[in-house]
Design a protein around this ligand. Structure first.
Ligand code: FES
Length: 318
């Protein structure tokens, strides 16, 4: 278990009608652990929930983490707890910063694309690139101006000339944008799945190398609500062991409790860290990481949140 940091909410401001910006500082007033652009924190919320939120401020700052949190209308408690129960002065526990969405090193040029709340990690990236004097362009799309968090501070920044806002009808033409780039550009996209799919599909169609396409679903996304949990069994194909998964535990919890070395991070089906090969059985996918086609293939699943439709799942584990 990673050590947790104790932080205090120094400010809570409304960035849009449904997005709040939380500024966290060390509870003891000291410096916070470093973070890199694209990083997030696991935030431990009232009620025992743990949610991931991206850090939006400049990675050069060591005195604060600024998070953007969207109130999800379908919230299962995470974003609602942030919006309704957190207040300035309150003390919280968070993980040290983690980064599954780092800026590509040595990119000749970076193309940053953000949709809605996906601006949070992208904003840290823009700040980092601007400070390094690197070449970049940021495209920020949202359904309306009122829904664009951090717009005022972007417009007031020294790098505002590198930013293009796409609001409502003036839709971002992903196909054209990607086609206009030269070889060697790295694209980083964060936002709703449909935006990520549009960017990654267009990039692949246009022959972009995979290593130049980087994406992250917005941290804090909540996996689709699922039906009631049922118990099932996991068979480890390489050892033959059978591990029961109780209705009130996740497959990852059952595997880890049985001593199976399984890495997890977001624990809500967003990051793909726990992705595991399925050899037989039908997973009940509850993640946001796999595409619908990948889910339909039923040959991999995310045990941190997904379960099983069949009585038993056979996994490629020892
Ligand atoms: S730990 Fe992130 S998808 Fe499972």
């Amino acid at each position: 278990m990673n050590e947790l940091l104790t932080v205090r909410i120094a400010a809570k401001e409304s960035a849009t009608r449904d997005i709040c910006a939380l500024t966290l500082v060390a509870a003891d007033g000291g410096a916070l652990p470093d973070f890199s652009a694209g990083a997030h924190l696991d935030v431990h919320l009232p009620g025992g929930l743990v949610r991931q939120y991206s850090i939006s401020n400049d990675p050069a700052e060591t005195h604060r983490y600024v998070l953007g949190v969207l109130l999800d209308a379908k919230s299962r408690g995470g974003s609602r707890a942030v919006h309704e129960q957190l207040a300035p002065g309150q003390v919280l526990q968070v993980s040290a910063p983690k980064n599954h969405f780092p800026l590509a090193a040595h990119a000749g040029r970076s193309l940053l694309i953000a949709g809605g709340i996906g601006i949070t990690p992208i904003l840290a990236m823009a700040r980092q690139l601007a400070r390094d004097g690197s070449d970049f362009e940021l495209h920020y799309a949202a359904s309306s101006v009122e829904r664009m968090a951090f717009r005022a501070e972007i417009e007031a920044s020294t790098w505002a000339h590198a930013v293009y806002f796409h609001v409502g009808d003036t839709r971002l033409d992903v196909e054209r944008l990607l086609a206009a780039q030269y070889a060697g550009v790295h694209v980083h996209v964060c936002g709703p799945k449909r935006l990520i799919d549009a960017v990654t599909d267009a990039a692949k169609r246009q022959g972009w190398p995979n290593e130049q396409i980087h994406h992250e679903f917005f941290a804090g996304a909540e996996p689709p609500a699922a039906g009631e949990n049922r118990a099932f069994e996991i068979e480890l194909a390489r050892s033959g062991r059978v591990i029961p998964v109780l209705a009130d535990q996740t497959a990852a919890e059952a595997l880890i409790a049985a001593g199976v070395p399984l890495l997890t991070s977001c624990e809500q089906g967003v990051c793909g860290t726990c992705l595991t090969r399925v050899l037989a059985g039908a997973p009940e996918h509850r993640d946001l990481y796999l595409t619908p086609e990948e889910q339909a293939a039923n040959d991999q699943f995310t045990p941190c949140c997904s379960r099983s439709c069949s009585e038993r799942l056979v996994l490629d584990l020892a």
